[in-house]
Every structure is written in C-alpha cells, then in structure tokens.
Write a protein that binds this ligand. Sequence first.
Ligand code: NAG
Ligand code: NAG
Ligand code: NAG
Ligand code: NAG
Ligand code: NAG
Ligand code: NAG
Length: 621
Amino acid sequence: MVAFPKLILCLATLAVSVASTSLRTSPRVTRGFRRSVARGWSLHRRADPDTVLPLKFTLVQSNLENLDSYLLDIADPHSPNYGNHWSYAKVAETFRPSKESVDTVHSWLVDDLGIDSHKVQINGNGDTVQLNITVAEAENILGAEYYIYRAGEGGDERIGCHEGYSLPEHVSKHVDFVWPTIHLGRPSLNRRDGFVSSTPGAGQAAPGPRIKKAVEKSKLPLLGCDEAVTLDCLRDLYNFHYTPVSGKKNSVAVAEFEEEIFQQSDLNLFFETYEPSLVDFEPKVVSIENGTVAPPGDFGEATLDIELVMGLLGPKQNVTVYQVGDVEQPIDALLAAFDASYCNIDPVNEQGLTDCGNKPRSNVVSISYHFEPDFIDPGITPIVQRGCREFGKLSLTGITWVASSGDGGVAYSQAEECLVDGELEFFPDEGSFVGQFPASCPYVTAVGATSVAPGKSANDPEIATTAFPSGGGFSNNFPLPKWQEVVVKNYVENFANKSYGPDIYNRSGRAYPDVSTNGFPTVIAEGGGFVLTGGTSASAPIFASFVAAINDARLARGKRPVGWINPALYSFSSHVYNDVTNGTNPGCGTDGFSAAPGWDPITGLGTPNFPKLLQAFLELR
Ligand SMILES: *[C@@H]1O[C@H](CO)[C@@H](O)[C@H](O)[C@H]1NC(C)=O
Ligand SMILES: *[C@@H]1O[C@H](CO)[C@@H](O)[C@H](O)[C@H]1NC(C)=O
Ligand SMILES: *[C@@H]1O[C@H](CO)[C@@H](O)[C@H](O)[C@H]1NC(C)=O
Ligand SMILES: *[C@@H]1O[C@H](CO)[C@@H](O)[C@H](O)[C@H]1NC(C)=O
Ligand SMILES: *[C@@H]1O[C@H](CO)[C@@H](O)[C@H](O)[C@H]1NC(C)=O
Ligand SMILES: *[C@@H]1O[C@H](CO)[C@@H](O)[C@H](O)[C@H]1NC(C)=O
C-alpha cells in the first residue's frame, strides 16, 4: 500500500511561483543526506509528481540548550532545589517553539514561495507547520527527489527522499524535521531485551544461549540462586525487605510494546508459589494507541516485567502496565501519551498519534526494549536526539526512566550488529561497537545484568552474566556527562583494553549501564508453566522496583519522588553498591570490556545494596 493513496488528486499547475519581491537570498543548507536507503527498504521507483504529500515541518523547540541545567537544578543532590519537580504545564510552556520560528517558516512558504496561506496550517501550540502539496512542488521547494520505497517483495510502500533535501539557511535553523523526507519508518524488528524462543515454554534451545527453558515446579525448591533466581534470591542478594506504606500516593509502571502481553493465570501461578498475598491482584493496564493484552501475542516480556515488579513490591503497591499498540515508533507513542506536544512533533508516525497527553504518568517507568542503534546516521541521530530530550523533559516532572542495557554485549541487539564501513552488519567478525537507545540516553538509568556464579549463593559476589553478554558501552550521539566523567575516565585510563582505538568505541560519549542487577536465570510462570529466562529485560524491572520503594519511603517522610536519579547515583559513596569485578561483554569479534573495580561498562557502578541506597536517597532533600 502506498503511503497516502487517498491523497492522490490532480492539482492544477504548480502553486509554487516564487514571489520575487520578497525572495530572500539565503544560502541553502543540505540536510539528511544518506548514502543508501533506510535498512529494510528498497528503492522501488520515482514518486508520481502529482501525488499529494501531507508535508510537515517540525519546529525547533525553545530552551533546549538549558535542559541539562534545568534538570541538574532539581536532580543534582547538592542543589537547594533538589526534588522540586516542574508541573507539566511549565514543561510544555518552556519548550514550545518560539513565535519567531513559526513566523519564519510560515513567511517563507507564503511570502517567499507564494503558497496560498489557506493551505498552510499552524498546528495547535505552534509546534508544526503543515500543508498538502504535490510531490513536484515539494521537490521544488526542498531541492529533493521523491521516491517510493518498498519493504521486501510486494511489501509495504513508503514515500521519501533518502538523498536528503535542503532549506534556506534562515529557515533551516528553525526546523527540526521535514516529514516525509529521509524518515520512512522501519519494518518491525525483534526489539525486546529478553530471551526469545519460537516455542514459548517448550524448552527448545535457540542458537546460542538465548533460550527460555521450561522447568518443573517440583524441581524449583532444590535449585540455588545460581540455577534459578526467585524473588527470595533477589531479596537476599540486595537485602531488599521493604513493605510500601504510601499507597496511592506512589506509582510505578512497566511499558510493553508490540505484541508483548500477559495473562492473569500466569501471574496467579507465580504468586501462588512465591507471593501468595498477591493471588488475584491485577496490574492496572493503561492502553496507549489501542494496545491490548488480548491474544495473539508473546507472553515473555510483559510476564517477566510484571511478575518481578509486583512480586518484589507486594500488595501494598499498585503496578501499572502501559500497553502500547502497534504503531511505527512505539517509544514515541509512549512519550506522547504523557506529553501532548510530542504528538504534534513526532516526526515519523504516519497515521498520527491519538493518545496525546491523556494517560496518567507514573513516578517510575521500566522499559525492557531497545528502539534504535546508537551511531551517527542522518536517519537515526535526529530521532534518538529528539526522543532522548523528551525523556529529559518528562524527567523534569519527576519521572525516573529505567531501561535495560541490552543483551548483545558491545554489539547492538541480539543479532549482535556492529558497524563495518559505516553500515550495520549482523554477527560480523570485527567492527565498531554499537550502543542502543534508550539505554544510551543520559536521562535514562540503564541497567546491566549479573548472575550468581556457578556453585555460589546469594551471599557471594555476583559476576557479569556469562549466558549472554550484558549490554554496555559508549554513545556516539550523547556526550559524556559531567556527573559520570570521573568514574568513566578512571575506567578508560586504567582498565579498558588498550588495543581498542577511538574507531572501536567513543571515549567522549555517554557511558552505560549506570547500575546492574541479577538478570539470569530468572524464574517466572509463563504460558501455564514455569520457565527459566532472563536478560537485562529482568534487570530493569528489578531495579525499577527498588526505585519505587525509595520513592515510597521518601513520600512517607513528606519528600518528593526521586525523578532523574543519574547525578545522585554517581554522587553516592561506593558502599551503596556491591561492586561487580568479574566478567566481560563480548561482541564485534572481541572480548568486549572487562568488569573492574568501580564503574565499568558492563555492570555500571555495581548492584544496589538496597538499605544503603535507600538511606542515601532519604538523606537528600
Ligand atoms: C491534507 O489533506 C487531508 C486529507 O484531505 C486533510 O485531512 C488534512 O487536513 C489536510 N492538511 C492540511 C494541512 O491542509
Ligand atoms: C490499588 O488500586 C485499587 C483499585 O483502584 C484500589 O482499590 C486500592 O486501594 C489500590 N491499592 C493501593 C495500595 O494503592
Ligand atoms: C484505535 O481504536 C479506535 C476506536 O476503536 C479507532 O478509531 C482508531 O483508528 C484506532 N487507532 C489505531 C492506531 O489503531
Ligand atoms: C570469575 O568468575 C568465574 C565463575 O565463578 C570464575 O571461574 C573465575 O575464576 C572468576 N575470575 C576471577 C578473576 O576471579
Ligand atoms: C563521539 O561522541 C561525540 C559526543 O557525542 C560525538 O560528537 C562524535 O561525533 C562521536 N564520534 C563518532 C565517530 O561517532
Ligand atoms: C584486548 O583485545 C584484543 C582484541 O580483541 C585481545 O586479543 C586481547 O586479548 C585483549 N587484551 C586483554 C588484556 O584482554
């Protein structure tokens, strides 16, 4: 199906007649050149010049250069304003594009190019300027060539211009995106950071360690925490014995995407065995863009996330599930559900989003998925930059975002993609390390995975996972923040493998994960039976549960939730963590990084020593 079939109408001659009197002589800026078409798409044909495009100019937001200082003002533990989160209205007002941006783009289209002003729509809050124009007109004003792209044989079709476009300089500085241009959207990939198996619960081994193994319930009590990680193992490992007291004042959520769903019968089976007080307790499902828990779907991720968070926090804390429907960029749908302005500026969701700022926010949101590889690319960089800033903006309201660091070691995703000659390759023998978004975003707390060593117990030091390489490394899109600079430089100078040059990993990038928790082999009930599973997919919701407990204790003392925690995590004394010093995270034909004393790019600062971490956060304002 072509992207906009209903819009193909024949407009008369080109409306773009340059009104020479008002034409400004501003040099043109080339934007978004890309050597090849977006991955998963092939060039099909030139676009029909008469096809009508709904062209959207997304304007640059105001005050973004101050986002870090606004955030540090409320999240730096030394700030007198620590915990003074903003209202959502203040966030929306502060970052709204300026009137100058709206006027410049409008005046260019109407006065300089002579487009009928009735055709040019300024969207709601002045976030975007939209108009319907033909491909021929769009090519003319954008200096671009439009093509139709196809996903696979006879698959989905999209329109765009992969070779980029240009704008006059005085307009370009006010425009973040023009859509559709280089963004066509990507075909769905397997994006969750857990174990995938074609036959859930059947114990069939997929290649490599990525298995979900069925286990008989009767055997579980005989297994140690190195063989089967139960809620009690987690409580013992991190000294987590906490009963929430703040009730409705507190909130915590897991976000589920694609077809990842749960069934209450699995939750009950798990709770009967491990937390009987929770039997028949249901998580609160908040559907975003028609997300549903109805079959068909895969039970692996949602079940893991929900059983862990509900299990660890018990019946005194309600847990929300944000169930995001099948949209092109599901992470944008999640963000837009809390920030109406992001609906307008979302550059890539073709049909437009319908859930805009109408869903309840939660103090903590756990995300065990990854959405984009983190490398410099004209198609990817603007998307991850914009998404990351949105995480930051919403953090101003007091949300803590927790994300899995990935299961591909220093490579991207379970397909272990690395950069070879500027392109991503699956399972290459060599290449540059590739990070993943959102873990690489500095406003997100990234969590790596550890295990109890073979034959050891919950009382022994954990090691980085060996069943799969825990994700970690350095971003190319986000610079190294001040709050982690000392510990990261310590690692790079004293412990990193000296044979990795600057072409292998980016020493000046945001480094992750920030912390870690156990991620293998996690016991859950899924598909009617028990399985051993895991991944950093398990680590993120475990850590998110601890943050929720910290918020609960702070609320009970009349304090605010912790919100963006990264600056605080790096400011605490190392005794709030259990340092993890054994393990590697191989990928791209290397052993990856090695765990080391202090922060390292496999296990971060270490696993939490919960009572001490709680105490450190209680001492803050
Ligand atoms: C473009 O056309 C579509 C379909 O006719 C219409 O719904 C939309 O409002 C139009 N947009 C603008 C900016 O005129
Ligand atoms: C959980 O939600 C239910 C239903 O809204 C409510 O009755 C109950 O009081 C809540 N429990 C807590 C601990 O907030
Ligand atoms: C969601 O459901 C509503 C009503 O059932 C429908 O109008 C809308 O098109 C759906 N949206 C998506 C994204 O499927
Ligand atoms: C790391 O842990 C493994 C598994 O317990 C053990 O065999 C190995 O000796 C440890 N390495 C170091 C350097 O302690
Ligand atoms: C390394 O990271 C910095 C900071 O984010 C960025 O400016 C630079 O382009 C990155 N280098 C590469 C090769 O991607
Ligand atoms: C450093 O990396 C190289 C290349 O992967 C490897 O051959 C070497 O053994 C590593 N050195 C150490 C000390 O791990």
